[in-house]
Structures are given as structure tokens and as C-alpha cells.
Ligand binder design. Structure first.
Ligand SMILES: Nc1ncnc2c1ncn2[C@@H]1O[C@H](COP(=O)(O)OP(=O)(O)O)[C@@H](O)[C@H]1O
Ligand SMILES: [Mg+2]
Length: 322
């Protein structure tokens, strides 16, 4: 595992659609729970009005979506769907003297239209709800949600979140919005507290896009905690075995096995390129013949260090650890 990954307060899981972001976010949450952490697994509501649509992330961990409230899933795991509107309401509650004023204000159509019109204000709502959840404490005084793992819907979203201070602080440098944004940014830009986790596939284009995304995210000051190379094909060959197979394939003309070998070579080239250029440690996750909650379980087990690791003086074989 990447050192200290679970010690942050927020992990922002990003990457292109289809690379396995949601499965990886769910697996990271499970692995962190296995490592003894208390985790809030979060996603961002996509539509602006309804908060009740289906949630692939909730389904992967067996969570109920309950509006914008946190729902317990299993010991040490909770789920929440962050909502722009809920965040904006919490924000108004904080700056207006009475809670009822915030609720009344949120019912004002003109205000709602204003808040929904500007994408930056929606991002701010999401950020503010996340901040609010991160700041919550338990009766004992410790954080109620020590680690929040957020599945961001698209790369654009991570960038919008990253660009938020520049967007908002130029328009509203002072006042309560400026303060909230600055507080949010202090959290998002502190590598001890926050890290982006960029998920990608072992293919040329996804790797190029991920390297670009990493550069863009870093330019906005958001630290990158790790890269995840997902769905790495298994390499069953020793160097000698591979040579023997190639000889056989060569002797018998075009063969389906050549496609698989080609895919393996491309994947390994993509992996090497990512390893050479990615600005943070890389985790590699195999392609598993499973999907849904079962896939999450397999990925989580792969991400969890073996329970005997601290007891045994030597590390397990090189292949055992990502
Ligand atoms: N390591 C893996 N092995 C096999 N299938 C995977 C793996 N990771 C993701 N998948 C599959 O890829 C598809 C997309 O995954 P998903 O987590 O929804 O991606 P995203 O959130 O990036 O769109 C799903 O069908 C999922 O089961
Ligand atoms: Mg997804």
C-alpha cells in the first residue's frame, strides 16, 4: 500500500468514466475499513434537483441513498451523496443568524435559481457539505468521519473543484464565501490532509490523459496521493515460456493468442510509461473475472496488506504487494 494513504482526511478519486473509478473508490473504502479506519464513502449528486436516482456506488457497498444525509452501511463504513443544495443550505445556516432564515432563503425561487445557475456555486455547495462533514466531531471530540473517500463523477469535476478558489476568490475575495472557499482550499491543498487518487487503465490513451490530468490537478495545488492502474492483465509467462509461446504462434500463423499477447505488451508498455512519469506512487490492480460487490471485495483484498505483515519479518513476494 501507499504509505499514509489512510491518514489523510479526504481522498478524491478521479479519472475518466469507465476506468473503474467507482469500483476502486468502493474498494479503497473497504480496504481502509479493513485497516481499522472509520470511512465515509461519498459521491457527488449529478442532477441539480433530485437526489434519489440510482447510485452505482451505493449499490456496490450495499448502501441506501437517503437524500443528502449520511447513512451507516456496516461497522466503520458510512455513505453519503453530497448535494450542492444541501451544502449551500449549510453554508447559509452558518452565515445567517437563524437556522430558519437559511431554510426560508433556500425556498426562495430567485435564490435557488441564482445558486443553480453558476457552476462554481454548485461546486462550492458540494465542497462546503464535504467540509461540514469533515469538521463534525463525536461526543469524544474526535472527528466523526476521519477519512472521507469521494468518488468524483468526471475528470471535469475534479478540475472544477481544483479551480474553485481562482474562480470564486477573484469574484468574491472577501466575506463569508471567500472565507469558506479559503478554508476549503486550506484542506484541499494540504498534502497531509488531502490527496487525489487518479484511476486509469493500462492503455496508451488513458495513460496520456491521466498524466495530463495529474499535471492539471497539481497546477491547481491539489496534492496527488496515488495513481491506480486498474485492470492490469495477468502475465502468466516466464521470459523463457514467452519465447516458446511466440515460437509456436509464429510457426502456426495468425492465432487468437497473438491478440492477448499484444494486449499484454501494450499494457506493460503503458505501465512502464506511467511508472516513469506519474508524480505519485502507483498501485496496480488486476483484471478480475467479477463485477459488482464481488469485484469490490476482490479489489479490497488486493489493496489490504496481509494481516500477518507486521508479524512476519520479511515482506511477502514482490507480486503480493501493489
Ligand atoms: N479490476 C477490474 N476487473 C474487472 N472488471 C473491472 C475492474 N474494474 C472495473 N471493472 C468493471 O469496469 C466497469 C466500469 O467500472 P466502474 O467502477 O463503474 O467505472 P467508472 O466509475 O470509472 O465509470 C464495470 O463493469 C466494472 O465491473
Ligand atoms: Mg463511476
Amino acid at each position: 500500500m501507499v504509505d499514509g494513504l489512510w491518514d489523510r482526511r479526504a481522498l478524491l478519486v478521479s479519472g475518466k468514466g469507465g476506468v473503474g473509478k467507482t469500483s476502486v473508490a468502493a474498494a479503497l473504502a473497504r480496504a481502509a475499513v479493513n485497516a481499522g479506519r472509520r470511512v465515509l464513502l461519498a459521491e457527488v449528486e449529478v442532477g441539480s434537483e433530485t437526489n434519489e436516482g440510482p447510485s452505482p456506488l451505493a449499490e456496490l457497498v450495499g448502501a441506501r441513498v437517503n437524500g443528502a444525509s449520511v447513512t451507516p452501511v456496516s461497522p466503520n463504513l458510512s455513505f453519503v451523496r453530497l448535494s450542492a443544495i444541501e451544502g449551500q443550505r449549510l453554508f447559509l445556516q452558518e452565515i445567517l443568524p437563524l437556522r430558519v432564515m437559511a431554510d426560508a432563503a433556500m425556498r426562495t425561487r430567485a435564490l435557488r435559481r441564482f445558486l443553480e445557475a453558476a457552476p462554481a456555486l454548485r461546486e462550492m455547495g458540494v465542497l462546503f457539505q464535504m467540509l461540514h462533514l469533515i469538521r463534525l466531531t463525536r461526543a469524544e471530540g474526535d472527528p466523526r468521519h476521519p477519512l472521507c473517500i469521494l468518488d468524483l463523477p468526471a475528470t471535469g469535476h475534479a478540475l472544477a473543484l481544483a479551480a474553485l478558489p481562482d474562480t470564486l476568490l477573484t469574484v468574491m475575495p472577501g466575506g463569508p464565501i471567500g472565507r469558506a472557499v479559503r478554508e476549503g482550499m486550506a484542506l484541499l491543498r494540504d498534502p497531509a490532509l488531502t490527496g487525489a487518487v487518479l484511476v486509469t487503465l493500462p492503455e496508451p490513451l488513458p495513460v496520456s490523459e491521466t498524466l495530463e490530468l495529474a499535471t492539471a490537478i497539481q497546477r491547481h495545488g491539489i496534492p496527488i496521493a496515488a495513481g491506480v492502474l486498474n485492470r492490469m492483465p495477468d502475465n502468466p509467462f516466464s521470459p523463457d515460456g514467452r519465447a516458446a509461446v511466440e515460437q509456436l504462434l509464429g510457426a502456426h500463423g495468425p492465432h487468437r493468442g497473438q491478440r492477448a499477447l499484444g494486449r499484454l505488451d501494450r499494457a506493460r508498455a503503458a505501465q512502464a510509461r506511467l511508472e516513469a512519469n506519474f508524480p505519485a506512487p502507483l498501485l496496480t490492480l488486476p483484471e478480475f473475472p467479477a463485477s459488482g460487490p464481488r469485484l469490490v471485495e476482490l479489489l479490497a483484498t488486493h489493496l489490504s496488506p496481509p494481516p500477518t505483515a507486521s508479524a512476519s519479518p520479511e515482506r511477502r513476494g514482490a507480486g503480493a504487494q501493489p
